[in-house]
Write a protein that binds this ligand. Structure first.
Ligand code: BJW
Length: 235
């Protein structure tokens, strides 16, 4: 195959695991500690907003105490040095890609350090708690919720993601189980649109069949290796 120029990278919870952030579906992960229906659906939030706000307040606090790991740093290096198109689509709500220095990042499932006003729909950078019902800085309503995408809600910036997938000649998936759509379908979309596809994960994901190549191991090792490879011109 010719040298890739346009790259889409999809990241999931596995890339932040070695920074100390719990994944969702691994043993001991978030979905073993909480019922998805209770904390990650609009219906759960309507039923028990306090439970949901506590869940996200605790994670917002925790994320501010951890640091990017070598996998985030390697993608930031790729971002700084890759002259072609690059989009890092992350399903993660942490800010570790940005804190490592990456700029071409899109948060399709929202961000922990942002609050969304259910009344005026404005978004505000947010590092504090929401349980105490602070007023929206825009409209004053006590209607702030975590700015994250729950099951049944539309992930953010889908048109922009598909525009990049259409132009991509390399799609790389890192640290995601491939259990949640539409992200889980990107590999198939990319492949059908002509991209080469590579998976870097601790284990084969649910969509592993769709990858041209699958490498198993820790993100902190596999990602720097791959970035070094792709930034080294072939002779
Ligand atoms: C390591 C590692 C290390 C560990 N190194 N690797 C039937 C069919 C198809 C779709 C549906 C269906 N029924 C319902 C749906 C739709 C639904 C869905 O997908 N449901 C599934 C359960 C089937 N999806 C939705 O509702 C989405 N919206 C939607 O579809 O809108 C309509 C639409 C239509 C068409 C186009 C576009 C839209 C919304 C999904 C929202 C997901 N939200 C969450 C919560 C966000 C906020 C929060 O953080 O709390 O997003 S759920 C949770 O899962 C979170 C994650 O981003 C997401 C994915 O998880 P991820 O990142 O893959 O984590 P894990 O834990 O699953 O995997 C970690 C991996 O890392 C593992 O493989 C480990 O091995 C690996 N790993 N350590 C490398 N050190």
């Amino acid at each position: 195959m010719s040298e890739p120029r346009n790259i889409v990278v999809l990241t999931g919870a596995g890339i932040s695991a070695e920074s100390g952030i719990d994944t969702f579906r691994d043993a001991g992960g978030l979905w073993e500690q909480h019922r998805v229906e209770d904390v990650a659906t609009p219906e759960g939030f309507a039923r028990d907003p306090e439970l949901v706000q506590r869940f996200y307040d605790a994670r917002r606090e925790a994320v501010q105490r951890v640091s990017p790991n070598p996998a985030h740093e390697a993608l930031a290096k790729l971002d700084a040095e890759w002259e072609g198109e690059l989009l890092i689509v992350t399903q993660n709500v942490d800010d570790l890609h940005e804190r490592a220095g990456a700029r071409r990042v899109l948060h399709m499932h929202g961000e922990l350090l942002s609050a969304l006003c259910a009344r005026c729909e404005a978004r505000h950078s947010w590092s504090e708690t929401l349980l105490d019902q602070p007023a929206c800085p825009g409209c004053g309503a006590q209607a702030l919720r975590p700015d994250v995408v729950w099951f049944g809600e539309m992930p953010y910036q889908m048109e922009r993601i598909y525009a990049h997938l259409r132009r991509a000649d390399l799609f790389v998936s890192i640290g995601t189980s491939g259990a949640v759509y539409p992200a889980a379908g990107f590999v198939r979309d990319a492949r059908e649109l002509g991209a080469r596809t590579l998976e870097l994960n601790l284990e084969r994901s649910e969509g592993s069949y769709w990858f041209n190549e699958s490498r198993q191991g820790r993100a902190s090792e596999l990602v720097p290796e791959w970035v070094k490879e792709i930034l080294t011109p072939s002779v």
